[in-house]
Design a protein. Structure first.
Lengths: 98, 98
DNA sequence: GTAACGTACAACCAAATGGTTGCACAACGA
DNA sequence: TCGTTGTGCAACCATTTGGTTGTACGTTAC
């Protein structure tokens, strides 16, 4: 998941598809690279479940999956909570030895 | 930053150094790879400011930088906020046309 | 003083990544 | 029907990544 978020282009695709559903071609037209390159980025995001695709005729409409973004955020929040826990233990220690 | 978070080993180093300050050797002993490999992971995390190092004699003590973890989390929260904004706009639209 | 320890860094290697072009194929439009 | 459009996938290529070993150098212990 973090691997999928690592490339700037993919984060940008995520940003655009949060705004509104877009076809793969729509997305490809926004970047200075081949359609195939963008299609691969979309595939990576899809594999990480950061986006979902929906078929509409010959188009594939892409939209961000906020649930998965929330999950990434929760993981980082968990790291912070661990740190907070350390502080809390330190606080407890200081309370014991004032 | 997300690139730095992309490797599982580095996230694990982050987790360990949130818990408590540890030397590079301490960290290296935890993984089934060479010292140099771990040292490189630490260097990547340091370049992303996800950890900070402190010299103590010949040792380099590593600790996580919760400020930067918070920043990563905030970025993801921002993405979610964009999505929320979309929903809010939709809500406003529905309110206009009940 | 010297041996051992902790760290950094260079050189190298295999595998993954991010890009390309080309091709196949389904869906749409004239 | 037939050309065009939208998509996916394979093959290929250069660069990056994640690992290795070896070397150098400052710090600590004896």
């Amino acid at each position: 998941m973090f691997q999928a978020l690592a490339a700037a282009t993919r984060r940008d695709i995520l940003r655009r598809t949060i705004d509104r559903e877009q076809s793969v071609s729509d997305l490809a037209s926004e970047y200075d690279m081949s359609f195939a390159a963008v299609q691969k980025h979309v595939a990576v995001l899809e594999a990480a479940h950061l986006i979902v695709k929906r078929a509409e005729g010959r188009e594939r409409l892409v939209r961000a999956n906020p649930e998965m973004i929330a999950r990434a955020r929760a993981l980082l929040a968990h790291y912070e909570a661990l740190w907070r826990g350390r502080v809390d233990r330190l606080d407890a220690l200081l309370a014991e030895n004032p």
